[in-house]
Design a protein around this ligand. Structure first.
Ligand SMILES: Nc1ncnc2c1ncn2[C@@H]1O[C@H](COP(=O)(O)OP(=O)(O)OP(=O)(O)O)[C@@H](O)[C@H]1O
Length: 261
C-alpha cells in the first residue's frame, strides 16, 4: 500500500527577480516525519517553508495538501490541514502577556470564554515546560523561554474545532542564536512535541546547527542551487561521498558549493 503524503511539492519553481531560488523541487512530507532541510545560506530553505505554509505564491509547479491541490495562498482558501510556522525570532507581541500571546488565535477566532482559553493556554505552557508564566511579558523571559512560548502558541488548538489542530509544524532555525545548552532544551522539546498528545507529530525544520540536525532529523534534504541535491539520514552524512555534503560538513571553501563573498 502506498502512503499518501500530507504535503507534496511537485515541480515547484520560485524566482525573486531574475534569481531562480527553487528550480523544480519535488518533496513529499509524510505523517509522523521529522524532515530537516539543510544547505548553504541564501539557498532557499526558508522559501520552501514559506511555500509549504502558503505564505508566498509559487511561480509554477503544484502543492498538494492531503492529496488536494492548493490553488492560492493560505489566506485565500481553507487548507484541509493546519500548518503552524515557528519563526526564527519568537515573534511574540511585546505588549501582550505570555497568556495573551499563546491564546491569541483563540481570543481572535473562537467564542470560548476567557477562563477556558486561559486553561488551554496553561495546558500548552505545561507541554513546553513553562507552567505558571502566563502573566509575564516577553521582555521578562530569556531567548530560549520566548522560543518555547512561541512553540506553545504554534500547538494551540481549539477544542470546538478539532480540525484546526496543527498537523504539521514548520520550524525556521529554532535554535539559531541559542547557546548549546539552550539549544538542547529546544531540540528535546521539538522531539517531545512530536511524541506527546496535544503536540504535533509531523514537522519540517530548517537549521544550520549540526547538533540540531543530529538530534531532530529522521530525514535530511540538502538544498543547493535551486535543487534537492541529496537526501539521507544523519548517519549517512558520514558515509556519503556526495561532494556537496562532504564540503558542507567539512566547512571547506573548496568544492562544488560556490563561496559567496
Ligand atoms: N521576498 C523576497 N524578495 C526578494 N528576494 C527574496 C525574498 N525572500 C527571499 N529572497 C531571496 O531568496 C534567496 C533565498 O532566501 P531564503 O531565505 O529562502 O534562503 P535560506 O536558505 O533560508 O537562507 P539562510 O540560511 O541564510 O537563512 C536569498 O537570496 C534571498 O535574498
Amino acid at each position: 500500500m502506498t502512503r499518501e503524503p500530507l504535503i507534496e511539492l511537485r515541480g515547484v519553481c520560485k524566482s525573486f527577480g531574475d534569481k531562480v531560488i527553487l528550480d523544480h523541487i519535488d518533496l513529499s512530507i509524510y505523517r509522523g516525519e521529522a524532515l530537516v532541510i539543510i544547505g548553504p545560506s541564501g539557498t532557499g530553505k526558508s522559501t520552501v517553508l514559506r511555500a509549504i505554509a502558503g505564505l508566498i505564491p509559487i511561480d509554477s509547479g503544484e502543492i498538494y495538501i492531503k492529496g488536494k491541490r492548493r490553488l492560492g495562498l493560505i489566506e485565500d482558501e481553507e487548507d484541509s490541514l493546519r500548518i503552524s510556522l515557528v519563526f526564527q525570532q519568537a515573534a511574540l507581541f511585546d505588549s501582550l502577556t505570555v497568556e495573551e500571546n499563546v491564546g491569541f488565535f483563540l481570543y481572535q477566532h473562537s467564542k470560548l470564554p476567557c477562563e477556558k482559553i486561559r486553561e488551554l493556554v496553561e495546558e500548552k505552557l505545561e507541554v513546553v515546560g513553562l507552567r505558571g508564566i502566563g502573566d509575564r511579558y516577553p521582555a521578562e523571559l530569556s531567548g530560549g523561554m520566548r522560543k518555547r512560548v512561541s512553540f506553545a502558541r504554534a500547538i494551540m488548538s481549539n477544542p470546538e474545532n478539532p480540525q484546526d489542530n496543527p498537523e504539521v509544524l514548520l520550524y525556521d532555525e529554532p535554535t539559531a542564536g541559542l547557546d548549546p545548552i539552550a539549544s538542547t532544551v529546544i531540540e528535546d522539546l521539538v522531539r517531545h512535541l512530536q511524541r506527546t498528545p496535544g503536540g504535533c507529530d509531523t514537522y519540517v525544520m530548517v537549521t544550520h546547527q549540526q547538533s540540531t540536525i543530529r538530534r531532530t532529523a529522521d530525514r535530511i534534504v540538502f538544498l543547493y542551487d535551486g535543487k534537492i541535491q541529496w537526501q539521507g539520514s544523519y548517519a549517512e552524512i558520514d558515509t556519503t561521498d556526495h561532494p556537496m555534503v562532504r564540503q558542507f560538513f567539512s566547512a571547506s571553501v573548496r568544492g562544488p558549493i560556490k563561496v559567496i563573498d
